[in-house]
Design a protein around this ligand. Structure first.
Ligand code: ADP
Ligand code: MG
Length: 280
């Protein structure tokens, strides 16, 4: 059996120390195979982004291990961490905040390449290839982020994540800020890119409907722990854990009557012993 591409083992993340410390992850373990999409779902504050940040080396890991392609990267810093950027990339939720408004799209996409020592000519060719992959016209290279819609900006962010041909992309709520129609086209793009390049995704979302469409497997996070992992269809349609069921009910549906019923069922599950809403 080949080793998983990403392996997270018993990961503990603590923000701050001592009395003021907060344990955001309580021993999380998961694996992602090459070419696989693992969904990570859970309510706001459950620790999804923290896990994504830990993989990117941006969270304070107290114990446990993260291995990429068999190599431990938990505490990789400096040159090793910069080298990892070729293999592990990220797409964030906010298509407005994540692109430098003063740079052209061409420069935004070329920058990760030129920073890694790729020549300008080759970089320009690769930028054209990436624009084509995300279905933006070549003329987009000369324009600025403000000239694009939210969905188009997310295409640009995806192109930037792909430009160094990474093997894993951490996608942190990448469609949550988009309207439903745009969400659907961006999800299709993620699926197509995975099929064409074999890239793996750690796909963070609070929306089971989104995750069902794109993910092979789903892990459900609750208060810093993974409470259920399984096949995407099974976890999203017939969850075993009451908390996963609560998430299922929280996922919006178009029919208003059904939506009202779901809301009531969702509230009822708050009362299940041991399954309380995160305190806010
Ligand atoms: P999610 O992405 O599921 O909404 P997060 O990983 O962002 O959850 O946050 C998990 C918990 O960790 C939350 O309670 C949040 O307040 C806390 N947290 C996140 N980042 C920090 C930080 N930099 N310092 C202190 N607490 C943090
Ligand atoms: Mg988050």
């Amino acid at each position: 059996m080949t080793a998983p591409l990403l392996q997270v083992e018993d990961l503990v993340v603590e923000y701050g120390r001592g009395r003021h410390g907060f344990r955001a992850l309580h021993g999380v373990s998961l694996e992602i195979a090459s070419g696989e999409c693992l969904g990570l779902v859970g309510e706001s504050g459950s620790g999804k982004s923290t896990l994504g940040k830990a993989v990117l080396g941006l969270a304070p890991v107290a114990s446990g291990a993260i291995r990429f392609d068999g190599e431990e990267i938990t505490h990789a810093r400096g040159a090793r961490r910069r080298a990892l950027a070729a293999d592990v990339q990220v797409v964030f939720q906010d298509p407005y905040g994540s692109l430098d408004p003063a740079m052209t799209i061409g420069d935004i996409l070329a920058e990760p390449l030129t920073a890694a020592g790729v020549g300008t000519r080759e970089a320009r060719g690769r930028v054209a290839e990436m624009l084509d992959r995300v279905r933006l016209p070549l003329t987009a290279a000369e324009r600025y982020p403000s000239e694009f819609s939210g969905g188009q900006r997310q295409r640009i962010a995806i192109a930037r994540a792909l430009v160094r041909r990474p093997r894993l992309i951490v996608c942190d709520e990448p469609v949550s800020a988009l309207d439903l129609t745009t969400q659907a086209t961006i999800i299709d793009l993620f699926i197509e890119l995975q099929r064409d390049t074999g890239v793996s995704y750690l796909f963070v979302s609070h929306d089971l409907g989104v995750v069902r469409r794109i993910c092979h497997r789903v892990a459900v996070m609750y208060r810093g722990e993974i409470v259920e992992t399984g096949d995407g269809e099974q976890v999203t349609r017939a969850p075993a854990h009451p908390y996963s069921e609560r998430l299922r009910l929280a996922s919006p549906v178009a029919d208003p009557a059904l939506q009202r019923q779901r809301r009531q069922d969702w509230l009822a599950i708050r009362e299940v012993p041991g399954v309380t809403a995160p305190v806010r």
